[in-house]
Design a protein around this ligand. Structure first.
Ligand SMILES: Cc1cc2nc3c(=O)[nH]c(=O)nc-3n(C[C@H](O)[C@H](O)[C@H](O)COP(=O)(O)OP(=O)(O)OC[C@H]3O[C@@H](n4cnc5c(N)ncnc54)[C@H](O)[C@@H]3O)c2cc1C
Length: 395
């Protein structure tokens, strides 16, 4: 076995062992009690999973997007469900990834070692009440002052903001009405939390309650040029930095969708193989077999597309190729996983509705990936206009 293959196999073996350590009841309890999974977090930190994309000089293991994707898929499909992705995405994809790529040396030294050893959790504040799918319309504004900037604005659904020590804050430094190209005038800041000028209020939500998604109100927050991701030279140039985060976000959420789908299929197969209603196991009926088999086939195909997206990312490939592969993978994985979880619930009959059978939790989790990080419609819009070349019906 080559060194690389051996390393990968140890990595995935570790991910599987961690996932198996936490029974499904653990996640049911964390979800019901709205509690952060401290023990699980400690295990993934100790395994080095928060530093997969971080260079060795900052404490990481300098591996690839493919490694990150496979670790997340392994955690999710071996029992963690969405939790196998969530904490890693918030801190590694929203924090480590942009800092490794664009951060100044000072920013790398300040944040990366703390991210790897689990002391600095991260969050990303992009979405606003008037700007969800249409990112360009964000209104959070960083006005220039003598000393630097003063920021005002409101963000919504910012996951992990209540615990995070670092926040990737997406602002406008030029108003949308004043720029010729709408990608101009976006600036990303690294903000230390908690901060008296940043008010964080958790929003009660449908699922994934082992993490809080929050409203974040920013009032007269003073920042300097050195707080801009990449320093003063990145002023107004945040769009490029942002898309470098949004495509990988799609990749890791694809891993979650595939993991949740596979988990639901496994549970459905186990149940259908023993449950007898008219004498023989219900799993022998083709009307129940086919949706599971079809979902499984689609999930495996989405997995190949996600691996293609990882390959493009890891080889510093063309942005359009990356966006194409990551949007296709996300759309297909989520449709297949939604179908898998739907049929897992159906196969469980009334028990699928009972919390103790877990499938209803995955139903709540998979439905999030229909909406975030990008809605299914917006991902399809990307394919329709940017890949197929159809005219855009919206501006
Ligand atoms: C639990 C949760 C956690 C989240 N975590 C974060 C986070 O950590 N950080 C962060 O910044 N954001 C986060 N989000 C926000 C998430 O990314 C947005 O909710 C999502 O991008 C959709 O934006 P919206 O909710 O404003 O929907 P809208 O943009 O208002 O869209 C509403 C509906 O209209 C459809 N639609 C809009 N425009 C078009 C069009 N042109 N063509 C077809 N259909 C269209 C959409 O597909 C959708 O179905 C989170 C959301 C949730 C629910």
């Amino acid at each position: 076995m080559s060194c690389e293959k051996e390393y990968r196999s140890i990595l995935l073996d570790t991910a599987k062992k961690i996932a198996k350590k936490y029974p499904l009841e653990y996640w049911m309890e964390k979800d019901e009690k709205c509690e952060f999974a401290e023990e699980f977090w400690k295990d993934i930190v100790d395994a080095g999973f928060l530093g997969i994309l971080v260079p060795e000089e900052y404490g990481g293991s300098n591996l690839t997007m493919e490694d990150l994707y496979l670790v997340i898929r392994t955690l999710c499909e071996n029992g963690c469900g969405m939790a196998g992705n969530w904490y890693i995405c918030l801190t590694e994809v929203f924090g480590a990834l942009p800092i490794v790529k664009f951060g100044t040396e000072e920013q790398k030294k300040k944040y990366l070692p703390g991210i790897v050893d689990g002391k600095i959790e991260f969050c990303m504040a992009l979405t606003e009440p008037n700007a969800g799918s249409n990112t360009f319309r964000i209104e959070t504004f960083a006005s220039k002052t003598e000393k630097g900037f003063v920021v005002n604005g409101t963000k919504v659904f910012i996951s992990g903001a209540d615990r995070a020590k670092g926040m990737l804050l997406v602002t406008r430094t030029k108003k949308l009405s004043e720029v010729e190209n709408k990608t101009d005038g976006i600036t990303l800041f690294l903000v230390d939390l908690p901060n008296p000028r940043v008010k964080v209020s958790p929003i009660s939500k449908h699922g994934i309650n082992y993490s809080h998604s929050c409203e974040v109100c920013i009032e007269d927050l003073e920042l300097t040029e050195n707080d801009i991701l990449g320093g003063p030279q990145s002023l107004h140039k945040g769009w490029k930095q942002l898309i470098y985060v949004l495509d990988p976000e799609r990749i890791v959420f694809t891993a979650a969708a595939i993991g949740i789908g596979m988990l639901a299929i496994k549970k459905a197969v186990e149940y259908a193989s023993t449950r007898k209603v008219f004498g023989e196991p219900i799993g022998s009926y083709q009307s129940l077999q086919h949706p599971l088999a079809e979902s499984y086939a689609h999930l495996e195909c989405a997995n190949l597309m996600a691996l293609e997206a990882c390959r493009v990312f890891d080889s510093n490939g063309n942005y359009r190729e990356l966006a194409r592969a990551s949007n296709i993978a996300k759309v297909v994985a989520v449709e297949a996983a939604t179908r898998a979880v739907y049929w897992a619930m159906q196969i469980h009959g009334g028990y699928g509705y009972a919390k103790e059978y877990h499938v209803e939790r995955w139903w709540r989790e998979i439905n999030l990936i229909r909406l975030a990080p990008v809605t299914q419609q917006m991902a399809l819009n990307y394919i329709a206009s940017n890949v197929l070349g159809l005219p855009r019906g919206y501006k």
